[in-house]
Design a protein around this ligand. Structure first.
Ligand SMILES: Cc1ncc(COP(=O)(O)O)c(C=O)c1O
Length: 408
C-alpha cells in the first residue's frame, strides 16, 4: 500500500457543508493512523486474500493475441474478486476504517446497485447496520441488486426527489450523513468525493497495480508496455496505474464511455467536453452545460455513466501522464462478446470499454509489446442490460414466460 506524500493537485479538496468538516477530519486522522499501523495493513491484506480472493489472476489471452497478430495481451481479472469486481477492495478498506472509528452503521448511495451490493456485503461481514440510498427510477430498473441488498440485511431507501436517480441519491445520503455522522460512516464507491476519500480509496485500490507489476514481471521478465483501464469515477484505473506512474516507459490509458454520439447527453467523455467544476464535494473535470449545471450522460455501462472524474486521475491527465481515450457502446459490446468467445472470460460492460480500445491498438504493436487490460469486473450483472441492447428475442421470450411461471 503506497501513497503520495503531498497532494499537490489543484483538483480535489473538500467542498462540503461545515457540518461535515468534523466527520471528514475524523476519517482523515484515522486513515493516517491506519497507514502506519502494521496490524491494520496485515488485516486488510488478509481480508483481500481470504475473503475477496486476491491476488486476482493475470491471464495470458493467447487466442486474442493470435487473433490480432500484434502486441501480447494479458487480462487482469478483477472479476474474480468476491462480488464480481474491484469495488469490494475499497469497501473492505473503508469498513475497517469505520470499525476503528467505532461507527455502528454504513451508508452509501448507489445507481446501478453494484456499489450498494458491495457496501451491504461488507456491512454483513463486519456486523454494521446498513442503509443504501437509491433513486426511485434506479430501484425500478435494477431490481435484482435491490433484492440482494435486502437479503444482505441492508435497508434500501427510495429517493423520490429530483430526477430520482444517482445524483439525488447522493444528495439524500449526504443529508442523512450530516444528521448522523456520530454513528454512521459514508462508504464512497470510487476515487472521488471530498478529501480524504479519493486518496484513501486509491491507496486501497493500488493493490491492483502492485499485482500487475509482480505478475507481469514473473510472466514476461519485464514491466508491461501498456496498461489500459476503463474510467467511470476512476478507481479501477488509478488502482491499476498508480504503481506505474513513475515508470515513464509504461503507457497508461484510461478509456471513457463514448456512448452513442459526441453531443452532450450521448456519452461520458470528460476528455472532450469536461471542464473544471465543483460537485459532490470535490473539484475536478465535469461534464457541464453552458449554464454550469451538471450535464446528462449516457453509457451502455452503468458504472461509466457519470459526469465527473477522480481528482488524481484528472491531474495525471492534465500532466499528460495518463492518456484518455474512448470507446462507443457498440465497440464495447463487440469487445465483450469477442472476449467471451475467444478467452472464456465474460467481462463487465464497463471493462469492455478498456478491452475495445486495446483491440484497436493491439494490431499496431510489435509482438514484443505487452498490453495489460484491467478487467475491472465480470459481466453477470449486465445480463438484462446486454440482452436488451442486443434485442435478444429468446431472452425476451424467456422473461415473458417467466412472468407466467411466477404467477402460477
Ligand atoms: C465493473 C466495474 N468497472 C468499472 C466501474 C467504474 O468505476 P471506477 O471508474 O471507479 O472503477 C464500475 C462502477 O460501477 C464497475 O462496476
Amino acid at each position: 500500500m503506497k501513497r503520495k506524500e503531498k497532494q499537490k493537485n489543484t483538483y480535489g479538496g473538500a467542498y462540503v457543508p461545515e457540518m461535515l468538516v468534523h466527520a471528514l477530519k475524523e476519517i482523515e486522522i484515522e486513515f493516517e493512523k491506519a497507514l502506519k499501523d502494521t496490524q491494520f495493513q496485515k488485516k486488510f491484506r488478509e481480508l483481500l486474500h481470504s475473503y475477496s480472493g486476491r491476488p486476482t489472476p493475470l491471464i495470458y489471452a493467447e487466442n486474442l493475441t493470435k487473433h490480432f497478430g500484434g502486441g501480447k495481451l494479458y487480462l487482469k481479472n478483477e472479476g474474480a474478486n468476491h462480488t464480481g469486481a474491484h469495488k469490494i477492495t475499497h469497501c473492505l478498506g473503508q469498513a475497517l476504517i469505520a470499525k476503528r472509528l467505532g461507527k455502528k452503521e454504513l451508508i452509501a448511495e448507489t445507481g446501478a446497485g453494484q456499489h450498494g451490493v458491495a457496501t451491504a456485503t461488507v456491512a454483513a461481514k463486519f456486523g454494521f447496520k446498513c442503509k443504501i440510498f437509491m433513486g426511485e427510477v434506479d430501484i425500478a430498473r435494477q431490481r435484482p441488486n435491490v433484492f440482494w441488498m435486502e437479503q444482505l440485511g441492508a435497508e434500501v431507501i427510495s429517493v423520490s426527489s429530483g430526477s430520482k436517480t444517482l445524483k439525488d441519491a447522493v444528495n439524500e445520503a449526504l443529508k442523512y450523513w450530516m444528521a448522523h455522522s456520530d454513528e454512521s460512516y459514508y462508504v464512497i464507491g470510487s476515487v472521488l468525493g471530498p478529501h480524504p476519500y479519493p486518496e484513501m480509496n486509491r491507496t486501497f485500490q493500488s493493490i491492483i497495480g502492485e499485482e500487475i507489476r509482480e505478475q507481469t514481471r514473473k510472466a514476461e521478465k519485464k514491466l508491461p508496455d501498456v496498461v489500459v483501464a476503463c474510467v467511470g469515477g476512476g478507481s479501477n484505473a488509478i488502482g491499476a496505474f498508480y504503481d506505474f506512474v513513475k515508470e515513464k516507459g509504461v503507457r497508461l490509458i484510461g478509456v471513457e464511455a463514448g456512448g452513442i454520439g459526441k453531443r452532450v447527453g450521448e456519452n461520458a467523455m470528460r476528455k472532450e467536453n469536461g471542464s473544471l467544476g465543483i460537485f459532490q464535494g470535490y473539484k475536478s473535470l465535469f461534464l457541464q452545460t453552458s449554464e454550469g449545471h451538471i450535464a446528462p450522460t449516457h453509457s451502455v455501462a452503468a458504472g461509466l455513466d457519470y459526469p465527473g472524474m477522480g481528482p488524481e486521475l484528472a491531474t495525471l491527465f492534465r500532466e499528460k501522464r495518463v492518456e484518455l481515450q474512448s470507446a462507443t457502446d457498440k465497440k464495447a459490446v463487440e469487445a465483450c462478446l469477442l472476449t467471451a468467445k475467444y478467452e472464456g472470460v465474460i467481462p463487465a460492460l464497463e471493462s469492455s470499454h478498456a478491452l475495445a480500445y486495446a483491440y484497436k491498438i493491439l494490431p499496431k504493436l510489435s509482438k514484443k509489446e505487452v498490453v495489460v487490460v484491467n478487467v475491472s469486473g465480470r459481466g453477470d450483472k449486465d445480463l438484462f442490460n446486454l440482452t436488451r441492447y442486443l434485442n435478444h428475442k429468446e431472452f425476451k421470450k424467456f422473461l415473458a414466460e417467466e412472468i407466467q411461471r411466477y404467477e402460477k
